[in-house]
Design a protein around this ligand. Structure first.
Ligand SMILES: [Zn+2]
Ligand SMILES: [Zn+2]
Length: 233
């Protein structure tokens, strides 16, 4: 409860003994106005607890106190659910996050093998398992109407990057994926494309590494020549 130690100024520092895991007893307050005073009260009475043999028998260790906060309008009205994005273990590749409001989930291509119309090879997705919110990935947009594809990278969450593509389509911006969707008379990104992760580098990767990896895939899969739609700049 009270762990401050007052020592003379000339005392050399000696680290406190390692604490054993506290096994209680625990003292949990419910909220009431004036709760702050309990702290002072406990501090004043602490010595009594420690020095009285009777009480030491009841409380062999000092007890822990936890203060419950005041109820707020927010936690009265809403039931907070903390969504933890659980990345599945195992196979590399993109997996739907399963969040009902996620716009990327319906577009996910999760099979681990892929090809390019510009090369004779079959490739396997590399890196760590990814979900819609994973950062530092190289992805490929695959046209649902033809063989065209676009390879990009993101250092932020993949779903945010895809949102950018989506809104670029809605606004008719002059960008390769938008221009390609327009050749099919589509203004909707979701109608035109599916999304595949080619490589998931992991959070520790630098932006430079992600960029180099993106370029490696663009060259290897022939993204700069049709039906690839990347523009070499
Ligand atoms: Zn999702
Ligand atoms: Zn197409």
């Amino acid at each position: 409860m009270v762990r401050d130690r007052i020592v003379p100024a000339n005392t050399l520092f000696s680290p406190p003994d390692a604490r054993e895991q506290h096994a209680g007893p625990f003292f949990v307050t419910t909220f009431f106005p004036g709760i702050q005073r309990v702290n002072a009260f406990l501090r004043n009475c602490h010595r009594v607890l420690l020095e009285s043999p009777d009480l030491r028998e009841v409380f062999p260790r000092p007890f822990f106190t936890a203060y419950r906060g005041a109820p707020t309008l927010e936690n009265k009205l809403s039931h907070k659910v903390f969504t933890r994005h659980v990345v599945p273990a195992g196979e590399p590749g993109l997996n739907p996050c399963g969040n009902q409001r996620c716009k990327l989930c319906p577009l996910v291509v999760s099979s681990p093998d892929f090809t390019s119309p510009n090369t004779p090879f079959t490739y396997r997705t590399r890196g760590r398992p990814a979900i819609c919110q994973t950062t530092k990935v190289v992805y490929r947009l695959e046209c649902t109407r033809c063989e065209s594809f676009y390879i990009g990278k993101t250092s932020t969450q993949l779903n945010q990057r895809i949102n950018n593509h989506r809104s670029a389509c809605n606004r008719g911006l002059d960008q390769p994926p938008v221009r390609h969707a327009q050749t099919h008379n589509l203004q909707s990104f979701d109608e035109c494309y599916r999304v595949r992760v080619l490589d998931s580098l992991g959070e520790d990767a630098t932006d430079m590494e992600v960029r180099f990896r993106e370029q490696a895939y663009q060259w290897a899969l022939g993204a700069f020549r049709p039906p690839g739609i990347n523009v070499y700049s």
